[in-house]
Structure formats: structure tokens, C-alpha cells
Design a protein around this ligand. Sequence first.
Ligand code: GTR
Length: 383
Amino acid sequence: MNFRGLIMMVLLSCAAANAEDLRLPDPLMMQDGRRVETTEQWRMERRPELIDLFRTHVYGRAPIGRPKDFAVDLSVTEKGNAILESVALTFSGPGGKGKVRLYVLRPKNAEKPVPAFLLINHRGMDTFDPSQMTNSSFWPAERLVERGYAAAILVAQDVDPDADDGFKNGVHGLFDDPAKPRAGDAWATIAAWAWGASRAMDYLEKNPAIDATKVAVVGHSRGGKTALWAGAQDERFALVISNNSGCTGAALSRRPVGETVKKINDGFPHWFCTNYRAFNDREDALPIDQHELIALIAPRLVYVASASEDTWADPEGEFLSCVYAGPAYELLGKPGVGATVQPAPETPLHSGAIAYHLRTGKHELAAYDWEQYMDFADLHWKK
Ligand code: GTR
């Protein structure tokens, strides 16, 4: 073994000790104690098992995929060098009709289908111009187009309002049976938004202007938790980006830093399934931890980003999830994050299939973050 290899081994064993201290579940160990040794076992057994555990205990189960009458209402306008597609995704359920807005700004004169970034926008649409003439760092659509990407923004509040409304509104009101008591693993708001992201993908993958093999799903904070859950389940997303997603996003639940499972369940009782409350102050009893959510994205690309002042989201816990998801990536033949120690601010790690950066500053989706996401996508998609 060369010197580099030796150093890597020492670093990994330090990180491993850390994982043991945290008593993290092993992504490559089945619930019945069998070790996952092959890609086949991962795909056929461990991956479905993990998805089911997250559905049962954390995010809840969506009762439906693409509705039978799912349809698209499209209007197209020109915006300078770009085309703006204003889309209404429509569908219905026993509780009535649903309509979700999606806007796609894409380069006008592209020679071939372009890759896309899909932002799960949990904020109201009133502060947003979908073509982003107001120059917000949260949604720099014009900049994305300038760099050759389509910029798609989903109005998450149309899927489900971000309110503790007893699951009466949004898709819960449409698809849940009001005659039946709500199950402990029934979907809540984060799962509903993830469902919405998959419906947006239904549109994007049929769009001849978009390269559907290169679609990134992106979210910030509660939207970042959603992006991870959407990307874990829906393998059509080639890149999953979680910006400052924190508790029940990228951050490890077993680290008692910043927001905890109890705090998030108390503060936002509508985000997760009610079964999740059984783990308030009992993170150790969870059959999963959040590094396994990242492992579910393997071997596809994933990008986790933290901000130095965002202690509520536990930046180091977000990074460690990337480290401990590594073995699943390696099993599937892809390099993980390529470090075991959190990098200094403004030192992005882009060498593996798991990317990470720490930005100086507060909890937000900043221009710096977007530039890194596009650099990472360029690296893989514009070779
Ligand atoms: C906070 C919440 C976080 C994070 C954030 C956000 O209040 O505690 O988990 O999701 O909101 O979405 O901005």
C-alpha cells in the first residue's frame, strides 16, 4: 500500500469509529443481519427494504403514482433568448380536481435537448418571476439558461399547502379517503411535495426540448428534505441536490446537534408521517438514519451543501451523511464523497458521485451554491 492509501485507511477507520459512536445503522446490512455483498442484492433486497423503512417510519406512503387522468395544459411565450413554458399539471381524485403550476425557462436556440434543474419551490409564487427578471439568488433562472440549462420551478404549495391543516387540503384532500382513519404511515407534506416533483418529471421526460436523462431535482431546507426523498424514490432524477436540508434531510438524526426529531415533529407536525413521532427523543431506535437516504440515490449523482452559520441544520452532520453513504456507492462502483473530514468553507468536493460544499454564511440558497451545482453538472453532463 502506498502512503496515500495508508493515510486514507487511517482516516476511514477514524470515521468508522465515529459511526460506531453514533451507533449508525449500516447501509449494507439487511434488517435480518445479512450483509449486502452484491449489486443485485442491493437492488432487489436492500434498496426496497430501506425505501419501505423510510415510508413506514419517516415520510409516509403516497397512495398513488401518476393519476390516470394526469394531463398537461401548456402555454409558451418568448422571453429574450429563452422560451418560457407555463404549465398546469392537472389530475383528479375522489376528493376533486388538482392543478399544480410548473414553469420551465429554457434556451431558445439550443441545438439539442438540454439538461434541466427542477426546483421544488416551497415558497409562495408571489415573490417569483419564473423567468427571474427580479434576479433572486434563490431562483436564478436566467443564469441557468445562460449556462445552457433549462430552469424548471414547481409550485409546491399547489401540491400541498405548507400548513398543519389536518391533511384536508392539497393532494391529501384529493386522494385520501375521509371515511377511513388516517394511518400512521400515511403521507404528509414532504411526501406530497416529492410526489409533485415526480409529476413534474412526468412532464419533463416527455418534453422534446429537455434531455430527460439529465434532470436534477433541487430543494432548499424543507425543499431539500423533499428533493432527497423524491430522488431516493424516483430513479429518473439523475442528480439530487439538497441545500441546507438539515434535520430529516441530509443531517444525521442520531447527532443531537441543532434541530432534533422531536423539535421538528413538534414544530411541523404536518411534514412527516405520525409514526415518526415515536422517535421523538429516541433517535437511537430509528431503524434507519439519514445517510441511508443518500445511499438510496446511489449510483446516481447527489450533492449536499451546508452553510457555516446554519447550525440549526448541523452542517457537520450533513457532511457525515455523505461519508457514511459511501459504502453503498462503492458497492455500485462509484466513488463517494472522497473525504472523511468536513472541508473548509468554499472548498467544494466534486471528485466523486457524492458532492459536498460548505459555504460561508447563513441558511439560504445563494448564488455561490447554484454556481457549484452547475459546475458539478457540467463536469458530468458536458464532457
Ligand atoms: C425551519 C425548520 C427546518 C428547515 C427550515 C426551512 O424552521 O426547523 O427544518 O426546514 O425551517 O425550511 O427553511
